[in-house]
Write a protein that binds this ligand. Structure first.
Ligand code: 6PG
Length: 265
């Protein structure tokens, strides 16, 4: 039986960021209380970074044991270390530079001044993931407790874009794609990126899609109404135990009432 999918709608992007912050603190504290450690996958994009900024400003952030949290990324722009457009740079500015997380627990995807190309970056990150996986994870990645994803107006998540060759390759059951794939010719700049594959994303215990803005409403509706993953990559973003669509009203604007409920309007 597939894991439940919940759609939660909040008034606007600001309230959504606060709601995600509260939910994230609670989830991470519960996981750390139960298992002593947690793995969190961050996303790039304005909505995801706004959630990190909100978490950074929240006194509740100190309820998280930062020494027992490993940070990963769902995707990265293939740019030099510290480049302002890198998702990791933006996450450090928004949150990670302001909390006592040990540097060795922050796992950036390789930068363009560290490896030759996106394929080398993908291979290196896949190896890092594999090195942190335990036998009980039964996967080439650690069991991510929460994997955050933003979504573009075209329905892309991470750096998996509709009908893109990298998406085709990573969805091919007979293919060679592992947990991480190099992406060239991204329709969203910059063109060179590195991304977790659908297999790595769906291995997460929980996947939370954090989506705001009217321009996303059509793709949200398609993703939740049975669209295929090649046309709408967000449609495949499911967690093993739970999938949350955390939306503002604008992004939920094309959803039928039975998915949203009166409170979400
Ligand atoms: C990236 C992101 C990308 C992003 C979406 C949504 O590297 O650009 O990982 O997947 O999350 O494009 O971005 P916004 O929240 O800014 O719309």
């Amino acid at each position: 039986m597939s894991a439940p999918v919940s759609v939660l709608v909040h008034r606007d992007a600001d309230l959504l960021a606060h709601a995600v912050t509260a939910r994230l603190v609670t989830r991470l504290v519960d996981v750390q209380s139960a298992r002593g450690h947690a793995h969190l996958v961050l996303t790039g994009g304005g909505t995801g970074i706004a959630c990190l900024s909100c978490l950074s400003r929240s006194p509740a952030r100190d309820a998280i044991d930062w020494s027992a949290l490993d940070i990963w990324w769902g995707d990265e722009r293939f740019l030099p270390t510290g480049h302002p457009d890198r998702n990791a740079t933006q996450a450090r500015t928004a949150l990670l530079d302001h909390v006592p997380i040990p540097p060795e627990r922050v796992h950036e995807m390789p930068a363009s001044d560290q490896v030759a190309d996106v394929d080398a970056a993908a291979s290196a990150y896949a190896e890092t993931l594999r090195a942190h996986a335990r036998p009980e994870d039964h996967a080439p990645t650690p069991s991510f407790d929460v994997l955050l994803l933003g979504m573009g107006p075209d329905g892309h998540v991470a750096s998996l874009f509709p009908e893109h060759p990298a998406l085709h390759a990573s969805l091919d059951p007979d293919g060679e794609a592992g947990a991480v794939i190099g992406v060239r010719g991204s329709p969203k700049p910059p063109p060179s990126r590195v991304s977790l594959t659908p297999g790595a994303i769906t291995a997460a215990r929980e996947v939370w899609l954090v989506v705001t803005g009217e321009d996303k409403a059509p793709a949200v509706s398609l993703a939740l109404s049975g669209a295929g993953p090649l046309a709408v990559p967000a449609a495949m973003a499911r967690g093993r135990r739970r999938t949350l669509w955390l939306l503002d009203r604008a992004a939920a604007g094309s959803l039928p009432d039975d998915l949203v409920g009166p409170a979400g309007r």
